[in-house]
Design a protein around this ligand. Structure first.
Ligand code: NCD
Length: 307
């Protein structure tokens, strides 16, 4: 169903495809638990092109490829690559397309993964295109929600933080809408979800509301998805300084929230979740980071037709 496909945005998926990704991830997670050696990507090369900072996305994609017996070629920091000499994304993609069977790319420019996909015949996976989309993060978030709550629909989820610049929430919101979940957007007013995304979600039948009252939102939520303020997307550093620290989840917040609320965060965390919350059993963010392995294994295996 997904063989040969690019993964560029969460808007592209049908429920059937999403269910297949969840099922495949579950199968790989079980295989990992049983310490089975998997050869799905034997003979395959995965190109890992990260032109923007990354810890989890890059390492987990590379680990996922290795877990499936694939090999990885990795781009050094952008500064020492030819993009620094002025090469275009198109030319880079055309070139790497001849070196690998699948390309994972992260770049600060919105639309960069789409451009790479336009020029590469092999599947391109978007590892984050600026403030655009981060579909594989949203898929591992979905897998986490499924594992933590036993369901992917009928939920109320608050998306909290920098909804303007945060690509993870842009991606996750389309998946939540697709499964008919109720979404509450909570952010400082200057970091609200872009109007065109909210409008599109509504036109797709999404149940979306906005608030600035975090306590009120969390009192009704099964899940809160917290994001950091995306400092690197700010033109004016003073604006970042003004906004930083404007929302913090601590155990007092948790005590006021709906009982059993699950707290997700794509990480890295700066100061928006107090470390005291880490011991709370509904704090899923480190489990969530580990769920990236089976999810990204599933994606690599599916797009290469080797699941
Ligand atoms: C996110 C990203 O890069 O967009 N990180 C990640 O991939 N886990 C979130 C962020 O940087 O805030």
């Amino acid at each position: 169903m997904l063989t040969g496909r690019d993964i560029l945005t969460t808007k592209q998926f049908s429920i059937k495809e999403l269910d297949l990704i969840l099922k495949t991830a579950t199968r790989f997670e079980q295989a990992l638990k049983e310490k089975r050696v998997l050869n799905n990507l034997d003979g395959c090369i995965v190109a890992s092109l990260f032109f923007e900072a990354s810890t989890r996305t890059r390492l987990s994609f590379e680990a996922a490829a290795l877990r499936l017996s694939g090999r990885v070629i990795s781009m050094p920091e952008a500064a020492v690559s030819s993009l620094a000499k002025g090469e275009s994304i198109a030319d880079t993609a055309k070139t790497v397309d001849g070196y690998a069977d699948v390309i994972v790319i992260r770049h600060a420019q919105k639309g960069s993964a789409q451009t790479a996909a336009d020029y590469a015949a092999h599947p391109v996976i978007n590892g984050g295109d600026g403030s655009g989309q981060h579909p594989t993060q949203a898929l591992l978030d979905l897998y986490t929600i499924f594992k933590e709550t036993g369901d992917v629909s009928g939920l109320t989820i608050t998306l909290l933080g920098d909804l303007k610049n945060g690509r993870t929430v842009h991606s996750l919101s389309y998946l939540m809408a697709k499964y008919g979940n109720r979404m509450i957007f909570a952010s400082p007013s200057s970091l609200a979800m872009p109007a065109e995304i909210t409008a599109e979600l509504k036109s797709l039948g999404g149940d979306v509301s906005e608030t600035s009252d975090v306590d009120e939102a969390l009192a009704e939520s099964d899940i809160v998805y917290v994001t950091r303020i995306q400092r690197e997307r700010f033109e004016d550093p003073a604006e970042y300084e003004r906004l930083k620290g404007s929302y913090v989840i601590d155990m007092k917040t948790v005590a006021r929230a709906k009982k059993g609320i699950k707290i997700l965060h794509p990480l890295p965390r700066v100061d928006e979740i107090a470390t005291e919350v880490d011991a709370y059993e509904g704090a899923t963010y480190f489990r969530q980071a580990h769920n990236s392995i089976p999810t990204r294994m599933a994606l690599l295996a599916l797009v290469t037709g080797r699941a």
